[in-house]
Write a protein that binds this ligand. Structure first.
Ligand code: RB5
Length: 147
């Protein structure tokens, strides 16, 4: 599985921690689109880079991080084909995969500690979409893009 990850300056340290967690998974290839320092950058630009890889099929899923996770998740969800879930607990992370087939995970580096964030990533990486009635609902979400 290929994962593209990106953060603004508000979550650079969290990005490094998330990459360590992703390295636990055999066969997972990670592409980091930055940012790589503490200089201020605009989170919509990072969301755009990560999501471009997901919608083009270059990556299977994406992880986007900013100070709160809010701005970057809003930006990601503006992009056709993206279902970005802002998760700061394991239950939501699991459900975002089982029920929503989330293809992008968002978290906030100024909101959550490394330990809980690592558990969220592990849960999100290992949980499959349930399909069934959820597929109908996800299809309805995606149809909203055309209205
Ligand atoms: C950047 O200062 C901050 O606004 C950003 O990281 C994020 O929290 C926005 O939602």
């Amino acid at each position: 599985m290929k994962i593209t990850i990106g953060s603004d300056h508000g979550a650079v340290e969290l990005k490094e921690e998330v990459k360590k967690v992703l390295a636990e998974f055999e066969g997972v290839e990670v592409k980091d689109v930055g940012t790589f320092g503490t200089d201020s950058v605009d989170y919509p630009d990072i969301a755009e880079k990560v999501c471009a890889d997901v919608t083009s099929g270059q990556s299977d899923r994406g992880i986007v991080l900013c100070g709160t996770g809010i701005g970057i998740s809003i930006a990601a969800n503006k992009i056709n084909g993206i279902r970005c879930a802002l998760c700061h607990d394991v239950f939501s992370a699991k459900k975002s995969r089982e029920h929503n087939d989330a293809n992008v995970l968002a978290m906030g580096g100024r909101v959550i500690g490394f330990g809980p964030a690592s558990e969220i990533v592990r849960a999100w990486m290992t949980t499959d979409f349930e399909g069934g009635r959820h597929e109908r609902r996800v299809n309805k979400i995606m149809a909203l893009e055309k209205k």
